[in-house]
Design a protein around this ligand. Structure first.
Ligand code: NAD
Ligand code: TYD
Length: 350
C-alpha cells in the first residue's frame, strides 16, 4: 500500500508514469496534481481516469494551502515530482515562470513533505525527476556521470539545477528521504509538439518548413518515454535513499541525423516519394546559448538496479510516428490556442 502524489501527471512523461503506476499497482492510491498549463492535457490519461485507485486534482504545486490539504486528505507517503516548465525556448523568453514553478514549486512540495511527515520518515519518499541538462554542455568526448559538477547554461536547466540542490539540501539538513534521477531527452507519444521530434512530425505531415537551429550539429541522447517511465518505477522501488541515478540509452544523435531519420520514416508512412520530406529542412537562427552536446552514462542504474532500455532508436521513432499519425484528434486539439500563439512568436511568423 502506498499513497503517492505524482505532480505534473498530465504532461508528457508524467502521464506515462501515472498510467504505469495506476495499472501496475492496483493497491497503490495515485493522486495526480497538475495545474494544466498549456503542456498539461487530461486526454493523455483517458484510459485510466475511471480507475478506482486514481484521483486527479487541478492545482499549482506552488499553492501551499492546496498541498497541505492534499497531504492530509490523502495521507500522502510518497511524492514523484515531475511538474515543471520544461521547454528551453520558453525559458529564454520567460525565465521568471521557470524559477517560480521549478524552484519555488519544488521547495513548497519539499517543505510540505517535511511538515506532514514530521519526524517519522519511515516508508516515506520524495522522488525528484530531473534532467541531464543540469550538467551543462559536453565537448566532443565524455559522458555525464552522477558526480559530474553542475554547470547549467539555460534558464530552464538553471532552475532545474536549483531544484535538485534544494532536494539534496532537505536530505542533508532535515534527513528527508529523497532520491533523484537525471534523464536525457525523451521522445514518444503524447509529447507536446513544440519539442523537436513531435514538432517536426507535425510539420512534415503538413508540408511545413522544418526549422533547424544553427547547423543542426548539436547532439542529444534520446530515450523512448516508456523506458524512462520504467526506470522511474525501478528507482521509486529500489533506489537507495539520498542517491542520484542518471538515466539514458547510450543513444547520441546529431539533430540533423535525427531529422533525416524522421523524414525517411515519414516519407515511407505517408507514401511520399523518397527524399520529399528532407526538402522541408530549413536552417534558422541558432537558439541563444544552445548547448552543444548531452550524453548520459547510465552504468550506475543498470549495474545497481538492473534497468536497461527496451527499444532501439529507429524502432522507437517508427512507433512514435505511427502514434502521431493515428492520433490526429489529439494533435489537432493541442495545436490550438496557446501553442499557435507561441509558435508564431518563436519563429517570427507574424
Ligand atoms: P511537460 O511540459 O510535458 O509537462 C509538465 C507538466 O507539469 C504539465 O502537465 C503541466 O501542466 C504541469 N505543470 C507545470 N507547472 C505546474 C505547476 N506550477 N503546478 C502543477 N503542475 C504544473 O514536461 P515533461 O517533458 O513531461 O517533463 C516532466 C519532468 O521531467 C520535468 O520535471 C522535466 O524537467 C523532466 N525531464 C524531461 C525530459 C524531456 O525530455 N522531456 C528529460 C529529462 C527530464
Ligand atoms: P528540444 O526538443 O527543445 O529539447 P532540448 O532543448 O531540451 O534538448 O530540442 C532538441 C534539439 O533540437 C536541441 O538541440 C534544439 C533543436 N531544435 C531545433 O533545431 N529546432 C527546433 O524547432 C526545436 C524545437 C529544437
Amino acid at each position: 500500500m502506498r499513497n503517492i502524489l505524482i505532480t505534473g501527471g498530465a504532461g508528457f512523461i508524467g502521464s506515462h508514469v501515472v498510467k504505469l503506476f495506476v495499472k501496475k499497482y492496483p493497491d497503490y492510491k495515485i493522486v495526480n496534481l497538475d495545474k494544466l498549463t498549456y503542456a498539461g492535457n487530461l486526454e493523455n490519461l483517458r484510459d485510466i481516469e475511471s480507475y478506482p485507485n486514481y484521483t486527479f486534482i487541478k492545482g499549482d504545486i506552488c499553492d501551499i494551502e492546496k498541498n497541505k490539504e492534499i497531504f492530509t486528505k490523502y495521507k500522502i507517503d510518497s511524492v514523484v515530482h515531475l511538474a515543471a516548465e520544461s521547454h528551453v525556448d520558453r525559458s529564454i523568453s520567460n525565465p521568471f515562470e521557470f524559477a517560480q514553478t521549478n524552484i519555488i514549486g519544488t521547495l513548497v512540495l519539499l517543505n510540505q513533505a517535511k511538515e506532514s511527515w514530521g519526524k517519522d520518515f519511515n516508508n516515506k519518499l520524495f522522488y525528484h525527476i530531473s534532467t541531464d541538462e543540469v550538467y551543462g554542455s559536453l565537448g566532443e568526448t565524455g559522458l555525464f556521470k552522477e558526480d559530474t559538477p553542475y554547470d547549467p547554461k539555460s534558464p530552464y536547466s538553471a532552475a532545474k539545477a536549483s531544484s535538485d540542490h534544494f532536494v539534496r539540501a532537505f536530505n542533508n539538513t532535515y534527513r528527508l528521504p529523497i532520491v533523484i534521477s537525471n534523464c536525457s531527452n525523451n521522445y514518444g507519444p503524447y509529447q507536446f509538439p513544440e519539442k523537436l521530434i513531435p514538432l517536426f512530425i507535425n510539420n512534415i505531415k503538413n508540408h511545413k518548413p522544418l526549422p533547424v537551429y544553427g547547423k543542426g550539429e548539436n547532439i542529444r541522447d534520446w530515450l523512448y518515454v516508456e523506458d524512462h517511465a520504467s526506470a522511474i518505477d525501478i528507482v521509486f522501488h529500489e533506489g537507495k535513499i539520498g542517491e542520484t541515478y542518471n538515466i539514458g540509452g547510450f543513444n547520441e544523435w546529431k539533430n540533423i541525423d535525427v531529422i533525416k531519420v524522421l523524414c525517411k520514416v515519414m516519407d515511407k508512412k505517408l507514401n511520399r516519394e523518397s527524399g520529399q520530406s528532407e526538402k522541408l529542412i530549413t536552417f534558422v537562427k541558432d537558439r541563444a546559448g544552445h548547448d552543444m552536446r548531452y550524453a548520459i552514462d547510465s552504468t550506475k542504474i543498470s549495474k545497481e538496479l538492473g534497468w536497461k532500455p527496451s527499444l532501439q532508436f529507429e524502432e522507437g521513432i517508427e512507433k512514435t510516428v505511427d502514434w502521431y499519425l493515428a492520433n490526429k484528434k489529439w494533435l489537432n486539439n493541442v495545436i490550438s490556442g496557446d501553442y499557435l500563439e507561441y509558435y508564431n512568436k518563436q519563429y517570427n511568423l507574424r
